[in-house]
Design a protein around this ligand. Sequence first.
Ligand code: NAD
Length: 497
Amino acid sequence: MTFGEGHDDDEDSEVTVAAVETEAGQAAQHLTFFDQVNAAFDQAAKHTDHDPTLLEQVKWVNSVYRMSFPLRRDDGTIEVIHAWRAEHSHHRLPTKGGIRYALNVNEDEVMALAALMTYKCALVDVPFGGAKGGVCIDRRNYSKGELERLTRRYTAELQRKSFIGPGKDVPAPDYGTSEQEMAWIADTYAQIEHGEVNVAACVTGKPVEHGGIQGRTEATGLGVFFGIREACSFEDDMAKLGLEPGVAGKRVVIQGLGNVGYHAARYLQDAGAKLVGLAEYEGAIASPDGLDLDDVMEHRRRTGSILDFPGASNVEPSLRALELDCDILVPAALENQITSENVGRISCRILAEAANGPTTSAASAAAAKRGILVIPDVYLNAGGVTVSYFEWLKNLSHVRFGRMQKRFEESVRRDLLNAMSSATGASFSQAELRILARGADEIDLVNSGLEETMATAYHHIRRYRKKLGPDVDLRAAAMVLAIDKVAASYSTAGIFP
Ligand code: NAD
């Protein structure tokens, strides 16, 4: 079945169908990450009436490139590096997805994350197929020079097999990578494709001075905030959880203070939420009175650890932070953090999945059964790819958002305000005129586009959930919606019935 826009906003009970486990029992625990994504897909697909062959086409990864290449270390020794890039779906081009540098990167993981990217892009109406890349290293063991050589070689490998390009496949930052790596990728690609006018659009998440866009660095965390804020805005949903509507005053625990976790924490704190627990790989800290994020980060910079923060208690091992009593738990580090083993001990009302795949399907089902509202990763961390889409558009148009219209808008508004003053006798000070007449800068447009995207998508998923009935949770509703959207593009192309 395919539901369009315009369904009622309503509530239903917090029961899950991410529940691979209800049918497969403990076996679900042994599923690989990609198996789990596909199990959720199969479960969701039961709520559609798409042709089975079409569903199979949507589900499988279209192409995977596995590569091994030598890296010369600073001490002169040679190390063989293993890396991947998976393109899950070519129903829209380019494909899009981050590159992660981590020791647990493997083929299954990049395939799973690439598939999630397809569904994520569909949910937020970003016209890309899903992809993901990974390099199997712990970046802390490499110098900056080694990381640069490795990143440039990885880019050359991708280019050799047509796994990168503005209209082919466009990487972005992910766990363990940052705008620095994206700048190296863009520069390497530009050297190979000398003279190609759209080279900057071959990768997103670049530094602004290297063709990036204002707001991309914080986009995923800000999107996480917008998603949580939207979920908390429904009075009836919050009442079922025993919570007041709104973010202000909510007690929040965050795991991972990297790009996503730090920015999500910052926006939540700015909106009046109380950070009662923060976790990093070296340990975690808690304080029922709340922790000031920037003070904690400064303490970590100074001492090398978040532990022993004045006024807070240490929580060790770090994973125990997930069990702290709170209203909103935000895992923002890695996948498989909440499993069947620890889900019974988590003590939150809302589980906001900022990381990709932080909760196993069995644990997600168990959490939902306990009445916890799980806001799924496939929606919640879509802010990054949304702003990457804006960056890609900026690179293709070769003009900064706001450049053409900002001054024009300002002069039209000033004329209007002056006309109002003449007609009514009201006068505005220069300071008031500056505020009232201000035209939008790039950052204003990016953040407003992101806010609109996250809010619209949440409402759409929530309406789908309502229509699908009481046995369907937000994760499953999001998956059904994503399947419908991807399937629609194959159907309208006339490939499948
Ligand atoms: P990051 O490397 O910037 O930050 C990850 C943080 O988690 C680091 O500070 C790291 O020290 C910490 N960490 C690692 N292991 C931990 C542990 N066991 N306990 C607590 N903290 C731990 O990565 P990121 O870009 O913030 O990505 C985090 C997650 O969000 C990943 O799952 C990623 O796939 C997902 N994501 C990222 C983006 C993006 O735009 N960066 C977009 C969508 C999804």
